[in-house]
Design a protein around this ligand. Structure first.
Ligand SMILES: [Zn+2]
Length: 461
């Protein structure tokens, strides 16, 4: 039996409806992690659905309760053939965001899988049930075709990703030995373009914070006091204007990364990024601006009462802001650097405070890393063309748990696309991309059992 036989078997699994049936069962379990009433569904998804499928393939499975009490459990599973073979860790999440039942188009329901043309609709089809269903099916296809995998595989499936992955880091710290591997290969998020296979190697970090100018207790009549009292809205507008120029190019020196290396530039040069406006760092390409650089955003800005303006100098102004940042920016110094910058520019009364929600560290793997080159070769062999390689996603995900806590090279192969309505009504997976992804992942897992991968794992790169 050959690689081509395995890929044909993966095509048959899709074409004869078994993929649809597997995903249909999984989508029917309403695993809303944002809804406390669904706690039983989260456990059920891991115990009866996923553990059962994995045990059929010879995995031993353990359900670990969330160390952060009120959140959903984790599934840890492993299938060891020989400790000397390469070991892969894969990850997925069984939870989804709320179903938003009343908002789906007529004829569509979040918990009932349905297909119209190239679209397979249902909550979790794109994020993330469809993606881990593809990967588990590809594994099983290789196992059935070859008779063994030729590598060891470990699975970590969480049920709290949509509420910020509570307990994920602690579970990885507590089970470091059980999760020990040579490489992480996992799937989440979108391809850069729907037809082109994509690898991404990390994610931008995100830090949300508030900037506030609070000058006095209440509003003061703008006729009697105008000219005498400072206006906090004007001060805050100028403070924000000192952070970037008028086209959004960042002026805080510490927020300008030094990590746009020739290897990163080379990977980014191959990417087509659409819909770029004339905005941001002027000397960078659109791909360099969104994947290789930081971006500062004002998400909300308020002074006075915008709904009912009155003739008064408002006492206070505030803005909720965000920095998306790449590796090469010191996360611990992001806000101190802003404070120093504001003081240098004379804005002594602008207060900066990190927001409670919305912090992700930045991660990235060198596009020239041997595991990246290996995965690129495998995908190119199956697809007949080179995949797009993103050093990191523009968005954020908890990849630091794998790259830092577990110390793994991280290779992500996303199976969704930008128009998938993830986190919205009418979420869907494209059938054409799912079928293609089954072929690619079957080829990838086939190649993991071959000698090149064994050599890579032995080098412990
Ligand atoms: Zn999500």
């Amino acid at each position: 039996m050959s690689r081509a036989d395995a890929i044909s078997a993966a095509e048959r699994y899709f074409d004869d409806g078994r993929f649809f049936a597997d995903l249909e069962r999984r989508v029917a379990i309403p695993t809303e992690s944002q809804n406390p009433a669904r706690a039983a569904a989260l456990a059920d998804y891991l115990e009866s659905e996923i553990a059962e499928s994995l045990e059929r393939m010879g995995f031993s499975c353990t359900i670990v309760p969330n160390p952060n009490g009120k959140y959903g459990p984790f599934l840890l599973a492993e299938r060891i053939e020989d400790r000397k073979l390469p070991t892969v860790l894969t990850y997925g999440h069984g939870d989804v965001i709320r179903g938003q039942e009343s908002e789906w188009r007529a004829g569509l329901e979040p918990w009932k899988l349905s297909r119209e043309g190239d679209r397979i609709y249902g909550r979790g089809t794109a994020d993330n049930k469809g993606q881990h269903t593809i990967n588990f099916a590809a594994l099983e296809t290789v196992l059935r075709t070859r008779g063994n995998l030729g590598f060891n595989i470990k699975v970590l499936l969480e049920t709290g990703e949509e509420v910020g992955s509570p307990g994920l880091k602690t579970v990885c710290e507590n089970h470091k030995d059980l999760l020990k591997a040579d490489v992480l290969i996992a799937s989440d998020g979108p391809r850069l373009q729907r037809e082109r296979p994509t690898l991404f190697l990390g994610s931008r970090g995100a830090l949300n914070f508030d900037m506030t100018v609070d000058l006095r207790a209440g509003g003061h009549h703008s006729g009697n006091w105008g000219g005498l009292l400072a206006n906090p809205g004007i001060i805050l507008a100028h403070a924000i204007a000192s952070i970037t120029d008028a086209r959004g190019a960042i002026r805080v020196p510490e927020w300008r990364p030094n990590s746009l290396t020739p290897a990163v530039k080379k990977a980014l040069a191959d990417l087509a990024v659409e819909n770029a406006e004339d905005w941001g760092e002027p000397d960078l390409t659109p791909a360099e601006r969104v994947f290789g650089w930081c971006s500062f955003e004002v998400l909300a800005f308020v002074t006075g009462n915008p709904e009912r303006p009155v003739n008064a100098i408002p006492p206070r102004a505030s803005a909720h802001c965000q920095l998306r940042y790449v590796v090469g920016v010191d996360a611990a110094d992001i806000l101190p650097a802003l404070e120093r910058h504001l003081v240098r520019h004379g804005f002594h009364n602008v207060k900066v405070k990190q927001a409670r929600e919305g912090f992700f560290p930045a991660t990235r793997l060198d596009p020239d890393h041997p595991w990246v080159r290996w995965a690129e070769e495998s995908l190119a062999r199956t697809a007949g063309a080179r995949p797009a390689i993103l050093p990191n996603l523009g968005g954020s995900l908890p990849n630091d748990v794998f790259s830092e806590t577990l110390g793994l090279p991280t290779v992500w192969v996303p199976h969704s696309y930008a128009g998938c309505s993830q986190h919205a009504p009418d979420e869907h997976l494209l059938a054409s991309v799912a079928r293609d992804a089954l072929r690619l992942m079957t080829g990838l897992f086939w190649d993991l059992g071959e000698s090149d991968a064994r050599a890579l794992a032995r080098e412990k790169v």
